[in-house]
Design a protein around this ligand. Structure first.
Ligand code: ZN
Length: 621
């Protein structure tokens, strides 16, 4: 008997044997059981996911004389006739080779003859996206109102190429890629049925290489069995038949690239080429290796997903701990793009070599992640240089000065210092003065502001007008105020204007700086404090403020970056200062602020704007 390819021999005969497409199989079986069969179906999905198999089962099931739970019985005359291909009721057309108007007209003419035997005439049109526009138009009328005994099943790998007029007349079913586990199980069944002894690891590899296609997996298995006929099919044999490379090689390749050892990486590639490995497969497998590296880097509990032998996994983990995530992600992006570029390339090796060089010399790219990689490399160099420097300083490394060169101190760049907590205190103490010097409209906007500080020593200016608070989230207005602070105190002040919903009491959510009795220090007495002094000062201040026992931590759950501190009987000082400001001065009312309708809607929709703003800020940091 002639040899039948495994994927044809093991085509599922009934719905129950279709793997990984339960969502489709269940729907179709229910339609058959309840006798609510449609007249046009569109099966979409990548190759080898079961579109044709399901179409054939469906064609038998609708014609079967004694269907069993929606599936064809396989015993009756109709089932047998269709299975042997002698039935006239199931017509398969390959649209790739029959894509003209005439081919479709033939079908349309034939449709008018009712089936000789059985209930339905089923037309299965494979690769339907290959039909010409004229052919689609010719099909349209029949597809819309076919005789009651006709069913069309259109199958395609590229549904986006199908005209909307056709799509709208079909019930669409999307076939999923089949997971490697399901494929592996099926391969096990097949090898058992075929009496082939095979290593589990080998099947795992084939299942993964098939990339979601059951037909590909069976073809690959066929190929491997044929090559090693009568012997046990081992992992190594599968690798050599499929032109694949062992994981160990990818580990080496990664470390060469990561350490910019370009020569070693290119030599490794040369070896792979000499061994006759398939280069597209090589790149795909490397992407898979990087993916495993990424997962292991992310968490310790990834053993199951990573799917590797324990010694390989150990090596992978060690590599992952010495690597940073950004680099892994960058490599994955580069090699995934490379893999799709390679599909149509004739000079695959050169493409790979180009990418190796780009990776080892990130200055050749100007994408963001290549710049990040350059920073990583720079940081590593600086760390090394620091070691050398400290060696020089400690006298362990001797240096000879070059003739005519003198060592000069580095030029200091003039840059404003950041305000430290003591400076923030000064702002609080002198807020009245600040307010008086503040230009309009800021002075008006902030006249009722209350001041606080967050854990990062950022000055919080809290106001009860949402529109105004949002106004300061715009860069130019924020910068105006920032410049004002810089001019006033000669330092860069890190601050944020926040909105406090009126029902949320300020004291419950913020440290009220005005309530903490700082010693009023005049400008003459101030010596620039060091950061350490400042930190203890703030701590003392927090301790000296009364914290009543009855305020539980839960009350402050809204924002755990802010320390709750009681403010009983305080804050008068600050409020008093506010009174100094001339209320009658020309102040632009908040309503007059030009706001887009969208912004206003936003503000109204968004009850929790305050918290969300917080989140945004954290993300930006
Ligand atoms: Zn039957």
């Amino acid at each position: 008997m002639a040899y039948v390819a495994l994927y044809r021999k093991f085509r599922p005969p009934v719905f129950e044997d279709v793997k990984g497409q339960d969502h489709i199989v269940t729907t179709l079986k229910n339609q058959i059981r309840s006798d609510r069969v449609g007249h046009a179906y569109l099966f979409c999905g990548t190759r080898g996911t079961g579109k044709t198999s399901v179409a054939k089962i469906f064609a038998r099931a609708v014609n079967c004389e004694h269907p069993v739970d929606g599936s064809p019985c396989g015993e009756c005359d109709t089932c047998k006739a269709i299975a042997s291909g002698s039935s006239l009721n199931v017509i398969e057309i390959d649209a790739a080779s029959n894509n003209g108007v005439d081919n479709i007209r033939e079908i349309v003419d034939e449709v008018s003859y009712s089936p000789t035997k059985g209930k339905y005439k089923v037309y299965i049109i494979d690769e339907v996206h290959m039909l010409s526009t004229g052919a689609f138009n010719a099909l349209l009328k029949t597809l819309e109102e076919p005789p009651s005994y006709v069913i069309f099943i259109l199958a395609t790998t590229e549904p986006h190429k199908i005209p909307i007029t056709i799509l709208s007349r079909c019930q669409r079913y999307d076939f999923h890629r089949i997971t490697a586990d399901i494929i592996e199980d099926r391969l096990k069944e097949v090898t058992t049925a075929e009496n082939v002894s095979v290593e589990e690891k080998a099947l795992k590899y084939i299942a993964k290489a098939a990339d979601g296609s059951m037909r590909d997996s069976l073809s690959l298995l066929d190929q491997c069995i044929a090559f090693n006929y009568g012997q046990e099919l081992t992992y190594d044999k599968v690798l050599s038949v499929l032109g694949a490379v062992d994981t160990g090689i990818f580990g080496n390749l990664f470390s060469y690239l990561y350490n910019q050892n370009i020569a070693a990486a290119l030599n490794l590639l040369a070896d792979v080429v000499v061994q006759g490995r398939e280069l597209t497969q090589f790149v795909n497998d490397f992407v898979w290796y990087l993916r495993n590296l990424m997962l292991v880097r992310t968490s310790d509990q990834m053993e199951d997903v990573v799917d590797m032998s324990s010694d390989n996994l150990l090596a992978l983990k060690e590599q992952a701990t010495n690597t940073d995530m950004d680099t892994i992600l960058r490599y994955i992006r580069i090699f995934s793009e490379l893999s799709s570029k390679m599909r149509y390339a004739t000079q695959k090796r050169i493409l790979i070599e180009m990418e190796f060089i780009k990776i080892c010399k990130p200055q050749m790219e100007d994408t963001r992640d290549s710049i990040e990689d350059r920073i990583r490399i720079l940081e590593e160099h600086t760390a090394k240089a620091d070691k050398v420097l400290s060696g020089i300083k400690s006298g362990k490394i001797a240096v000879a000065a070059a003739p005519g060169q003198s060592v000069s101190a580095p030029v200091e760049v003039k840059k404003l210092d950041h305000a430290v907590p003591d400076d923030i205190k000064r702002i609080v103490n002198e807020w009245g003065k600040y307010m008086m010097n503040m230009p309009q409209p800021d002075r008006g906007y902030l006249k009722n502001a209350r001041l606080s500080i967050d854990n990062d020593d950022k000055l919080l200016i809290v106001i009860d007008n949402k529109t105004l608070a949002e106004h300061y989230h715009e860069e130019q207005y924020y910068q105006n105020l920032e410049r004002f602070f810089e001019e006033q105190m000669g330092k860069q002040v890190d601050f944020e204007v926040r909105y406090l919903e009126s029902e949320k009491r300020f004291e419950e959510n913020y440290i009220d700086l005005a309530s903490i009795n700082f010693d009023i220090i005049t400008e003459e007495e101030v010596s620039i404090p060091t950061t350490q002094e400042t930190a203890t000062d703030i701590e003392e201040a927090s301790v000296s403020a009364d914290v009543p026992e009855d305020i539980s931590k839960d009350t402050f759950a809204e924002d755990d970056t802010v320390q709750p501190i009681s403010t009983d009987g305080l804050a008068e000082g600050f409020d008093a200062i506010n009174l100094d400001i001339d209320e009658e001065e020309d102040i632009i009312p908040p309503e007059a602020l030009a706001l887009s309708g969208a912004m206003q809607e936003d503000a109204m929709d968004d009850e929790n704007a305050f918290e969300e703003k917080d989140d945004d800020d954290n993300q930006n940091e």
